[in-house]
Design a protein around this ligand. Sequence first.
Ligand SMILES: CC(C)(COP(=O)(O)OP(=O)(O)OC[C@H]1O[C@@H](n2cnc3c(N)ncnc32)[C@H](O)[C@@H]1OP(=O)(O)O)[C@@H](O)C(=O)NCCC(=O)NCCS
Length: 157
Amino acid sequence: MLRVKIREAALNDADDLAELYPKWGFELTRERIMRSLMSTRERRYVAELDGKVVAHVFVKRGTGYHKHLAHLYSLIVHPDYRNKGIATKLLKYVLAHLPEDIEIALAQVQHDNKASLSVFKKLGFERYGYLKNAWKNGTEYKHNVLLKKELKKRRKH
Ligand SMILES: CC(C)(COP(=O)(O)OP(=O)(O)OC[C@H]1O[C@@H](n2cnc3c(N)ncnc32)[C@H](O)[C@@H]1OP(=O)(O)O)[C@@H](O)C(=O)NCCC(=O)NCCS
């Protein structure tokens, strides 16, 4: 097992994160990442190996009547470091550090993303739905599996 350090992302990770996103096929500008890193509703966590950011996940809590929900987005591990348990370790850390009043963690995964589905299921996420045509690129569509993990132990009632 690699000795990765999991920590909350800081403003000076913006460049590394802007480099990591395209490894998943998405571009996110440094400015957009900086805005997110300064937001109080959004938290980004990274896995660092020998001082280099090799993985990332983004957590956004709901507002108003959805304040007890946390959405997990953009779980990305650098291609050179996949299948070494990094995503699992990163998500375990994130789940353990969610605010006490978060009752349900939510995620969406493309139906054919076996590695990602395997990670979420291993951590106790359950399928609660399926969103057909969740993703669209020109005329191509992909479908998402909707996943939830109820954090029962934290509930006060
Ligand atoms: C999905 C992703 C984050 C997983 O990261 P990772 O660090 O490789 O994940 P882990 O090593 O913790 O676990 C991977 C698990 O998937 C399993 N797996 C990998 N490829 C698989 C496949 N084709 N079929 C079934 N299981 C597979 C591994 O066996 C492992 O399970 P195990 O720990 O029970 O053996 C990484 O592949 C990635 O960054 N993919 C591109 C971005 C992406 O798709 N993100 C998900 C968005 S929801």
